[in-house]
Design a protein around this ligand. Structure first.
Ligand code: NAD
Length: 238
């Protein structure tokens, strides 16, 4: 039996925008209400722990009332025809809830918490909140198990290897401005097919470093409409 083609979806905040989750950088997005320095850096985690916990508590509570959209669902449905992997920068769980089986969260998961001192001491908390004084099993304060600016990205190497293996790479809803994650897009094979789904053209800076990306096809639409277009292209023609 012929090997099924491998598709990697590399997703960002834009794929969850139509589910009602704000992106970071668009107008009306999260950074218009909070600064990165206040809530999303390693320094803030240690100096303003309570503020950071509250910020992520709000996001976790809201996530419990949010549903995957058609874009998440079509990615999961493609598993009927392809070997599909999702590498997401998102901390929401909408890919999993849409039915995707292979999801790598580069920047952690909102529904998990870990010890301030040891990220390997981690557990699920669903859509519940955490407060100051709630401790991990090592006696340290619990914190969201997400990767903040200034912290390592432990899944980066695994994600690089997966990218190298893909026949088709689809980049959905990311500004490609958060590094080192953005560089992953360039790790695909020269022979891979690339699609970018985003109402705005992104990735032009990356193309200087990874010239093979210049053959990418752009679907300049929101994620749901863009995924509908891509789905019929892939399932009818690939
Ligand atoms: P970003 O905010 O920098 O960029 C969002 C991108 O999505 C933009 O390029 C924008 O044009 C595009 N976009 C907006 N609406 C869209 C739609 N309906 N369909 C398709 N594209 C749309 O987000 P990013 O590139 O993911 O990087 C920022 C960081 O934000 C990531 O590391 C991620 O961890 C974090 N983040 C995650 C969530 C989430 O989990 N849902 C939400 C906000 C931010």
């Amino acid at each position: 039996m012929a090997r099924r083609k491998k598709i990697i979806f590399f997703t960002g905040a834009g794929i969850s925008q139509e589910s009602g989750i704000d992106t970071f950088r668009d107008s009306g997005g999260i950074w218009e209400q909070h600064t990165i320095e206040q809530v999303a850096t390693a320094t803030a985690m240690y100096e303003n722990t309570e503020t950071v916990l509250e910020f992520f508590n709000d996001r976790r509570l809201a996530l419990g009332n949010t549903l995957p959209n058609k874009a998440h669902e079509l990615i999961a449905k493609l598993e009927e025809d392809f070997d599909v992997e999702v590498i997401t920068q998102n901390v929401d769980d909408l890919h999993e809830r849409a039915g995707s089986s292979n999801v790598t969260h580069l920047h952690g998961e909102l529904t998990k918490v870990c010890s301030m001192k040891n990220h390997k001491i981690s557990h699920d908390i669903g859509y519940n909140t955490i407060r100051m004084g709630e401790l991990a099993s090592d006696g340290e304060q619990l914190r969201p198990d997400v990767v903040l600016f200034g912290e390592d990205v432990p899944k980066l190497e695994v994600a690089q290897t997966k990218m190298w293996d893909a026949d088709i790479i689809v980049v959905v809803g990311t500004s490609l401005s958060v590094y080192p994650a953005a560089n992953l897009v360039g790790y695909g094979k020269n022979s891979a097919k690339y699609y970018f789904i985003n109402p705005e053209k992104t990735g032009e800076t990356l193309m200087y470093s990874y010239p093979h990306l210049s053959k990418a096809k752009f679907i300049l639409k929101k994620a749901t409409a863009g995924m509908e277009e891509l789905y019929s292209k892939l399932v009818d023609k690939e």
